[in-house]
Write a protein that binds this ligand. Structure first.
Ligand SMILES: CCCCCCCCCC/C=C\CCC/C=C/C(=O)SCCNC(=O)CCNC(=O)[C@H](O)C(C)(C)COP(=O)(O)OP(=O)(O)OC[C@H]1O[C@@H](n2cnc3c(N)ncnc32)[C@H](O)[C@@H]1OP(=O)(O)O
Ligand SMILES: Cc1cc2nc3c(=O)[nH]c(=O)nc-3n(C[C@H](O)[C@H](O)[C@H](O)COP(=O)(O)OP(=O)(O)OC[C@H]3O[C@@H](n4cnc5c(N)ncnc54)[C@H](O)[C@@H]3O)c2cc1C
Length: 664
């Protein structure tokens, strides 16, 4: 049956132009072209094979990652790929590596926090990979609390140097990717001490290893922190530990865009806000949101294709059994994830725009939108990574037993993805930063502006409450604005409740701590509102291609109504929907699932993923799942011999009741 498309009948059912949807997913015809070309280039090159990762030992795995990274670089140079193409190539190679941190954090940190002069010195070296950098912020004792970092950078005016030192065990840098075995340089974050005075945490460029023989420089102790969750998975990355013993670096290796230390030992603050020291995190959080749609769409693609292949029960008169995708329960678990993948794609696009806009403004010394960018990236990073991690695991379950096989691709995807809920800011800690979005809920707002803020929010809420009365069964079905109002009312109500409760505390800090779980829920409601509203905005644009817009309308409704159904307690208590409306929303969802059903395979085909990138037998394009599963099983190292190693030592003595005499 080789070469037969087992999903052809599904593809024939689709009611829209898949090629046009591919462009929408990619973002533009140009982006599609780059992505399509580079994904095929990677898939067709045996140098980028990845099907054996889960069977390799850590050392073999890591060496193979080094080989692939070097091979990827050679390919980039030989083919003279553009920056955009090179980034796509690394993406499709699909193996976490030191290069992620070099390109994703080290370079952006220098760009964002370095002076012109520093950029001119360091960026060309980094762009040519003549130095390899990592981002060394987190320590053994502190990750979330950046101000609690203990590493010190003490200025020595005699030598015009900083002395970087790890004063305690807990000040050891711990976690930075690429640090363990590869990075030659780090952006190390340390408390700046000048003339005996402390000036908070700043970034420093520190050389760690010799550029000649890779040995650690004097005063540097560095290594890998050990195996992480899952086989293969994130173990291709050398997350590291680092201690400084009075390491000296020249003064001009402090990143000095935000503040400077002069040779006389004067500390000077630029006009730019101090928070810019955290700017790299804003940048990476924005890329993580875009990445969430990739990881979720990948899992959804696997689960959707397999659900169309898999049949259980329901045979009539000896005919075929029911495809599991036709079960309403399967649809109600799978299709909201499909809709979420599209929703996250569009919110990722919007956040990219927002970040570009902030960057442009920063260059013109306009810092007004920085708090919004911080709150949005923090909140949306949290929302999308939590939903994606949960969604990947749901996709595994949607694939039944076979989803648990490594050859399904899902266990590794899950293991690689879950740390996204922690890195670049723990998701709960980040939700507590969501204060400046569409409404104000922080203790400062309540206390500095006093009752006025509460009153304003209350009247805003009341007006939403009134207008939402118009929300009826019909509007639920047809009107995006009614849906949006429901989300706005819910978010506003939750914020007002928090603000009112906060105002009952004499001590704002105490109130904030006591009510933090409610604040987190209000933050989630705000983030969901933003995702829904940006999906709706996307639909207001012109979208070419037969039936494409209609499919996106259906997905948008599913995303919003699914959330409304899931959080109906919040929505009901706003009073803007009644229990009857909640039930109608549920009926509407069922009808929407029926509309998606014939288009489901085409909607995941629109992601345009190669079989190489998917890395899943269950999700392969042709749906020829069973022969491939059967064949793959026999390739497992355990099946290299019919009788396993260890038979004579452990199985035979058991069977022969000789266990007491066996040498165990
Ligand atoms: C198989 C395929 C694999 C493919 C892989 C694909 C890769 C995709 C991309 C992945 C990329 C990289 C991989 C992961 C690498 C991971 C790296 C890291 O984890 S680096 C370390 C990250 N660390 C954190 O995120 C720490 C979290 N903590 C914080 O951010 C802060 O310290 C915070 C905000 C929680 C502290 O809060 P606090 O209120 O105490 O802050 P401050 O007093 O310091 O702040 C005062 C003031 O500033 C505002 N603020 C805080 N942060 C920012 C910011 N970033 N930007 C702007 N403003 C900020 C804060 O809100 C306060 O404002 P105010 O108005 O005064 O209230
Ligand atoms: C795979 C991976 C890669 C990483 N790569 C890097 C890297 O390249 N460079 C780097 O510098 N770091 C890196 N990190 C570190 C990462 O950024 C931190 O682990 C992350 O910021 C979380 O901090 P933490 O470990 O201190 O968690 P903690 O803050 O200790 O969190 C523990 C628990 O406490 C809760 N908590 C903490 N503070 C609060 C609070 N104020 N209110 C309520 N609850 C709270 C959290 O929600 C969580 O449940 C990486 C981590 C991982 C897992």
């Amino acid at each position: 049956m080789e070469g037969v498309d087992h999903l052809a009948h599904e593809r024939n059912k689709s009611e829209f132009d898949v090629d046009a949807m591919k462009i929408v997913w990619a973002g533009s015809p140009h982006a599609f072209d780059v992505s399509d070309r580079i994904s095929k280039l990677v898939a067709s090159d045996p140098g980028f094979r990845k099907d054996n990762r889960s069977t390799l030992s850590r050392k073999e795995l890591f060496k193979n990652t080094l080989r692939k990274a070097a091979y990827a670089w050679k390919t980039i140079v030989d083919l003279r790929l553009s920056e955009e193409e090179a980034a796509k190539l690394r993406f499709y190679v699909d193996e976490p590596a030191f290069t992620d941190l070099h390109w994703g954090m080290f370079i952006p940190a220098i760009k964002g926090q370095g002076t012109e002069e520093q950029q001119q010195k360091w960026l060309p070296l980094a762009y040519k990979m003549q130095i390899i950098g990592c981002y060394a912020q987190t320590e053994l004792g502190h990750g979330s609390n950046v101000q609690g970092l203990e590493t010190t950078a003490t200025f020595d005016s005699q030598t015009d140097e900083f002395i970087i030192h790890s004063p305690t065990l807990t000040s050891s840098k711990w976690w930075p990717g690429g640090l363990g075995k590869v990075a030659t340089h780090a952006i190390a974050y340390a408390r700046l001490i000048v003339g005996g005075r402390e000036h908070g945490v700043h970034g420093f460029i520190v050389q760690l290893r010799s550029l000649e023989d890779h040995s650690p420089l004097l005063g540097i102790t560095v290594g890998d922190i050990g195996m992480k969750f899952g086989n293969g998975a994130y173990n291709t990355m050398d997350n590291g530990v680092l201690q400084f013993d009075h390491v000296r670096i020249p003064r001009n290796q402090m990143l000095m865009r935000v503040s400077q230390v002069t040779c006389e030992g004067k500390y000077k603050q630029s006009d730019v806000p101090r928070q810019l020291v955290y700017g790299t995190m804003v940048y990476v959080r924005q890329t993580i949101v875009a990445d969430a749609s990739c990881a979720l769409s990948r899992a959804v693609c696997i689960a959707t294709r397999y659900s169309a292949v898999r049949r259980q029960f329901g045979s009539q008169n000896g005919g075929p059994e029911t495809q599991v995708i036709d079960y309403k329960t399967q649809q109600s678990r799978l299709f909201p994830l499909l809709a979420s993948a599209y929703a996250f794609r569009f919110i990722g696009e919007w956040l990219k725009w927002l970040y570009a806009d902030v960057t442009q403004r920063l260059q013109a010394n306009d810092f007004s939108t920085l708090p919004e960018a911080h709150a949005c990236t923090a909140g949306l990073k949290s929302l999308t990574t939590t939903a994606t991690a949960d969604g990947i695991e749901e996709c595994r379950k949607l694939c039944g037993g076979h989803g648990y096989l490594c050859s399904s691709g899902l266990p590794e995807l899950f293991a690689v993805y879950v740390p996204a809920c922690t890195y670049e800011g723990d998701n709960t800690v980040l939700l507590l930063q969501v204060r400046d979005m569409s409404c104000k809920v922080s203790h400062e707002d309540c206390f500095s502006a006093g009752v006025q803020a509460v009153q304003q929010e209350t009247s805003r809420y009341n007006s939403l409450y009134d207008s939402s009365r118009a929300f009826n069964a019909m509007s639920l079905r047809c009107s995006k604005s009614a849906l949006l109002e429901a989300f706005e009312a819910r978010a506003a109500r939750m914020s007002v409740a928090c603000a009112q409760n906060l105002s009952n505390f004499d001590n704002p800090e105490e109130g904030f701590a006591e009510l933090s779980a409610d604040l987190v829920e209000a933050a989630v409601a705000h983030c969901q509102l933003i995702v829904v509203s940006k999906f709706i905005e996307k639909l207001q644009q012109e979208i070419p291609g037969k039936g494409v817009k209609q499919q996106l309308e259906v997905l948008c409704n599913i995303y919003a109504l699914f959330l409304l159904h899931k959080h109906q307690g919040d929505f009901l208590s706003t009073g803007c929907i009644t229990p009857k409306h909640a039930a109608l929303a549920n009926d509407e969802l069922r009808s929407l699932y029926s509309q998606v059903r014939p288009n489901a395979i085409a909607l995941v085909d629109a992601f345009n993923y190669t079989d190489h990138y998917l890395g899943s037998i269950l999700g392969c394009y042709d749906g020829n799942v069973y022969p491939k599963l059967y064949e793959a099983a026999w390739k497992d190292p355990l099946n290299e011999s019919v009788v396993p190693d260890g038979y004579h030592l452990y199985i035979r003595p058991l069977l022969k009741q000789e266990i007491r005499t066996a040498r165990l």
